[in-house]
Design a protein around this ligand. Structure first.
Ligand SMILES: NC(=O)c1ccc[n+]([C@@H]2O[C@H](COP(=O)([O-])OP(=O)(O)OC[C@H]3O[C@@H](n4cnc5c(N)ncnc54)[C@H](OP(=O)(O)O)[C@@H]3O)[C@@H](O)[C@H]2O)c1
Length: 298
């Protein structure tokens, strides 16, 4: 089945590229081939490939920058997604798109379900929600996978930052009141592949599905766990797990507000896939193992 993947250079895009590397029917493109600020380029590309599946891993993901570059965030996360959805209708293709827990208000202490009311407090969250609603209004076949706390051995993410800092500083301060589950880009890519296979076999229902690891932790917990795991694997660390200091979000102000509650309920997705999501610690282990194999933790 012809598949066109946008955002091939990102964390999720890199894992999708690996997953489908031996499939000649899968075309992966990046910003150079399809800049999301140029809708006509997206249309021309989709027309040329005529895919049955369009996977969109491209997004404006800098939460802080989005506060000051609002128009660009909406262009990439909403208007370009509207173009993808219209093309999906015209080509009778299914659109697989990734969204975020930032569409919620980030309050409460239970995992958000797909039908819970949305109320994004950041420009990033608002732009991603607008993208979701364009897809839903378009009439195309779609799967929107809302995820959170994405980690991988490529790109910029919490695990890479924390391990780099732990190798150079003897004490780290990490927020302990934001709760979620670190989710590897590899898991997101595997689930995407399984959903496409399932759709080919028996057809799946269009809809929003929550996709993240199981279990829950604060960023502080994840930092302590990651530093301990890396040290156990022989990586030299300047900061011991006991030297990680917890702090509150309001002691660590950022341009954009971070959700205190990033928990997502994944029951709907698990029922469809018929397997459970792995625990967040295994996503952290896998990411650190890959960083070690690639010699990225010296
Ligand atoms: N990262 C997270 O923690 C997180 C959490 C929840 C949801 N998500 C969602 O998951 C999806 C994948 O995230 P990710 O972590 O893989 O993102 P990422 O690593 O930041 O990658 C983003 C991708 O989008 C591309 N891109 C950015 N601006 C573009 C433009 N104007 N035109 C074309 N391509 C453009 C980037 O290309 P360049 O390499 O050229 O910049 C890159 O390939 C996104 O939809 C994101 O909103 C992510």
């Amino acid at each position: 089945m012809k598949t066109l993947i946008f955002g091939g250079s990102g964390q999720v895009g890199t894992e999708l590229t690996k997953l489908f590397q031996s499939d000649k029917n899968v075309h992966v493109v990046n910003r150079h081939d399809a800049d999301f600020t140029k809708p006509e380029v997206i249309e021309t590309l989709i027309k040329a490939v005529d895919p049955k599946y369009i996977i969109n891993a491209a997004a404006f993901t800098s939460v802080d920058k989005a506060e000051v570059e609002k128009s660009l965030a909406f262009q990439v996360n909403a208007e370009a997604v509207n173009v993808l959805a219209s093309c999906a209708v015209r080509h009778d293709a299914m659109l697989v798109h990734y969204s975020t827990d930032y569409v919620f208000d980030g309050l409460g202490n239970r995992p958000n379900q797909e039908m819970d009311p949305t109320d994004p407090v950041t420009v990033y969250g608002q732009s991603k929600l607008k993208g979701e609603s364009f897809i839903q209004m378009s009439g195309c076949r779609y799967v929107i996978l809302r995820t959170s706390w994405v980690i991988s051995a490529t790109g910029k993410n919490f695990i890479k930052t924390i391990l780099k800092n732990a190798q150079t500083k003897d004490q780290l301060t990490v927020v302990s009141d934001q709760i979620g589950a670190a989710t590897s880009a590899g898991l997101i890519s595997r689930v995407t592949g399984d959903l496409i296979r399932l759709d080919n076999l028996s057809g799946i229902d269009s809809g929003i599905y929550h996709l993240c690891s199981s279990g829950e932790a604060s960023w502080f917990d994840v930092a302590v766990y990651a530093i301990s795991y890396a040290a156990k694997k022989g990586v030299s660390m300047k900061c011991d797990p006991g030297d990680v200091i917890p702090c509150r979000s309001d002691e660590y102000p950022m341009q954009a507000e971070r959700p205190l509650n990033s928990r997502l309920n994944t029951n709907k997705l698990e029922q469809m896939l018929t397997y459970p999501m792995p625990h967040w610690s295994s996503c952290v282990d896998g990411t650190i193992d890959e960083l070690i194999i690639k010699d990225l933790l010296k």
